[in-house]
Design a protein around this ligand. Structure first.
Ligand code: URA
Length: 248
């Protein structure tokens, strides 16, 4: 592909009109091959240059979207020296420059969106958009109505502000669990949060004194985990799933 202006590349990639893109460049979150890029007229080669917005790669070739049922033991990254990455599970999947949208902890399971659509990933992760994320949580101990109220109303997890209001629903209480091995109660809770702070769910349950034993993400925005996917399996998103994600 031939060289094109950076502002045209960014506008074609969906980051805004040419004039919006010029303003964006002035703010400084765009980089070409790791170096800050502020000049709209800078020439780039979309095939060779690595262009990123706020650290997220942008590609002008065809976008690909996959749903992965992440198993425990895999890190949500494109590269890691210590453990296998979620991308190693996508062998044979079409698409250059795929990356996971957001992070699930190494021991967390469930829904992970993998794509090479940087602008969409950026919108989904932006704290401004408050995309709902629903988790199945197995927590140690008995979750009481008071605990649910605290989880829902916002809780101090050591950040500047308490967590935003959330939805928490007790699904069941189980005793003699294998997890604790000591006959204590384990609670199963469905929790929906609208933000994505580091280890947020684990820290919320820690704050009520009922540590998380198991965590699985069930949905993110309009996208719901396809339960027919076995652990470690993936599939392309349907057209409907893609347009629903893009239209929030
Ligand atoms: N919250 C956590 O604590 N861990 C995850 O993996 C996701 C949300």
């Amino acid at each position: 592909m031939s060289l094109i202006r950076l502002d045209k590349f960014l506008a074609d990639a969906g980051l805004g009109t040419r004039s919006q893109v010029k303003l964006l460049l002035k703010k400084g979150p765009v980089a070409v091959n790791g170096k800050p890029a502020r000049r709209p007229e800078q020439k780039v080669d979309p095939e060779k240059d690595e262009i990123s917005h706020e650290g997220m790669p942008i590609f002008c070739h065809e976008s690909y979207y996959y749903m992965l049922n992440k198993p425990a033991g895999y890190v949500s990254a494109t590269e890691d020296n210590t453990a296998p990455t979620v991308l190693s599970l996508l062998k044979g999947a079409a698409g250059r420059g795929l990356f996971p949208v957001g992070r699930l902890d190494k021991d967390t399971e469930g829904l992970l969106l993998i794509t090479n659509d940087g602008p969409l990933a950026h919108r989904l992760l932006s704290p401004r958009h408050h995309v709902d994320k629903t988790y199945l949580v197995k927590a140690s101990g008995t979750i009481t109505p008071h605990d649910l109220a605290r989880l829902e109303s916002g809780i101090d997890i050591g950040e500047k502000a308490p967590t935003l209001p959330a939805k928490a629903r007790l699904l069941s209480l189980e005793s003699c669990s294998q997890e604790t091995g000591d006959g204590q109660t384990v609670s199963l809770v469905e929790l929906t949060i609208h933000e994505g702070k580091f280890h947020q769910v684990k820290r919320m349950f820690q704050a009520i004194g009922k540590p998380v034993l198991y965590l699985k993400r069930l949905s993110m925005g309009s996208l719901t985990l396809d339960e027919s996917l076995s652990q470690g399996a993936f599939r392309p998103l349907t057209k409907e799933e893609i347009s629903a994600l893009k239209s929030f």
